[in-house]
Design a protein around this ligand. Structure first.
Ligand SMILES: Cc1cc2nc3c(=O)[nH]c(=O)nc-3n(C[C@H](O)[C@H](O)[C@H](O)COP(=O)(O)OP(=O)(O)OC[C@H]3O[C@@H](n4cnc5c(N)ncnc54)[C@H](O)[C@@H]3O)c2cc1C
Length: 175
């Protein structure tokens, strides 16, 4: 969209993330399991409607488009799950992949572009766009109206500067 509008890029990079649904290993009832994430975020799994949703937590830079799961990433997810839990994955029900878009500092880009009057960014939510949506939408609405951020967002450490598209250009100019 920025390119169409003739606005300089902020360095968004789509990164492929793979997910699969597997059957719960024999003899286990996963209905009340919490989400489990490896401390190094090398994989995670959580119950999903009678199955387990499993991901190798991959972040592979990709061309924008219709992302597809790679067999290797599927195999890595299953291997890490089996090694950590000591349980075998008997059946894979489905697999897919999507693109999570990040800028260099992995923080969303929200605000008017300092070099292109009237162009407003709301991008780069990476892998947290759903969880952040209530707060980030409020921040975006305030910035689009030229108002201050809500007090609870400021108290949580959210700043206009940390969200601003101009921070990415400043970093690049300094480099
Ligand atoms: C595999 C994967 C796992 C994720 N896991 C999580 C998670 O666990 N927790 C979390 O919080 N977030 C997660 N995310 C991130 C989250 O999905 C995104 O951050 C969020 O969906 C971004 O919301 P959005 O409305 O900005 O963009 P999108 O949801 O991408 O919506 C953009 C919409 O615009 C439409 N569109 C595009 N171009 C045009 C056009 N030219 N004209 C008209 N319409 C157009 C698209 O069809 C789409 O419907 C994950 C993402 C992926 C890919």
């Amino acid at each position: 969209m920025a390119r169409l509008a003739g606005v300089a890029p902020v360095g968004l990079v789509p990164k492929r993330r793979t997910a699969l649904l597997i059957e719960v290993p024999d003899g286990l009832d996963a209905a009340r399991w919490p989400a489990a994430v490896h401390v190094a975020e090398s994989f995670y799994f959580k119950p999903d409607a009678g199955l387990l949703l499993l991901s190798p937590a991959d972040e592979t830079p990709a061309e924008p488009g219709d992302a597809q799961p790679e067999e290797l990433d599927v195999a890595i997810a299953i291997d890490r799950f089996e090694e950590a839990t000591g349980r075998s994955v008997r059946r894979l029900r489905s697999k897919w992949a999507g693109l999570r878009s990040f800028v260099a500092d992995k923080t969303p880009v929200v605000g008017f572009d300092g070099d292109a009057e009237g162009f407003f960014w709301f991008a780069g939510q990476g892998g947290y766009g759903i969880q952040m949506a209530p707060a980030l939408a409020r921040a975006g609405a305030a910035l689009a109206r030229g108002e201050a951020l809500d007090a609870d967002l400021l108290a949580a450490g959210v700043t206009v500067e940390a969200l601003s598209p101009d921070r990415l250009r400043r970093d690049r100019r300094a480099a």
